[in-house]
Design a protein around this ligand. Structure first.
Ligand SMILES: Cc1cc2nc3c(=O)[nH]c(=O)nc-3n(C[C@H](O)[C@H](O)[C@H](O)COP(=O)(O)O)c2cc1C
Length: 206
């Protein structure tokens, strides 16, 4: 059975919009084994000196200390390698990813492990898989007026492509802090998007 890696990043537990919608998507994707990585419940460490030194060192030169420094990163990369599809649901925090999701990114994007460099730029070393991304924003990202810039979606698209995950489908829901009518509109948008993603996934599986 395909393995679905579900990555969650909202700190708001049951009141979280991104968790509610991510959960709805996951529940509609049938016949998958779900592996959950809850970055808010179990935050990951930021890269420390040992991690940085070990990740820049050739594998053959690493001693026990360096291997230990990369052990968690290896586990997180293995989760990615094992997955057949990935669902990431996340709030927008200060125009970009929440810091818990950034910590995950720092653990899984590693030179000579998940990407290599070339004169043409970085080349991803992971097999391409579908990634479904649900982004929830309190405000609006539409053009004009008081609208804000979305640094989250293009950043995550670029970061995931760096390691080879280029098949990204995005649902960005906006205005979620603007009352029940806005939440209702977002839920309708989410339902339609989920139906599309589930249809596409089922068609791939046939
Ligand atoms: C620390 C923090 C920073 C935030 N920054 C933004 C932001 O830059 N833009 C925005 O539209 N909403 C921002 N919000 C609002 C959240 O994106 C919004 O509440 C969203 O629903 C959160 O998703 P969740 O319900 O899954 O937690 C921020 C919220 C917090 C707690």
């Amino acid at each position: 059975m395909p393995i679905l890696l579900h990555i969650l990043a909202s700190p708001r537990g049951e009141t979280s919009h991104s968790r509610r919608i991510g959960r709805a998507l996951v529940s509609h994707l049938k016949d998958v084994v779900v592996v959950t990585r809850d970055l808010a419940l179990q935050p990951l460490p930021h890269p420390d000196r040992d991690f940085v030194e070990a990740s820049l060192m050739a594998e053959s030169e690493r001693g026990d200390r360096q291997k230990a420094a990369l052990a968690l990163s290896e586990r997180l990369i293995a989760e990615l390698e094992d997955a057949d599809l990935i669902v990431i649901d996340t709030p927008m925090h200060n125009f970009t990813v929440p810091s818990v999701l950034k910590a995950w990114i720092d653990q899984v994007i590693r030179p000579h492990r998940t990407f290599r460099t070339s004169p043409e730029g970085k080349i991803g070393l992971l097999r391409n898989r579908p990634v479904f991304l649900v982004v929830c924003c309190g405000g609006s990202c539409a053009d004009g007026g008081a609208a804000q810039s979305d640094f989250l979606t293009p950043y995550l698209r670029h970061a995931l492509a760096t390691i080879g995950l280029r098949d990204l489908s995005v649902l960005r829901l906006e205005g979620l802090n603007r009352g029940p009518a806005a939440v209702e509109r977002a839920d309708e948008q989410a339902s339609a998007w989920i139906a599309d993603q589930v249809r596409n996934w089922n068609a791939r599986q046939r």
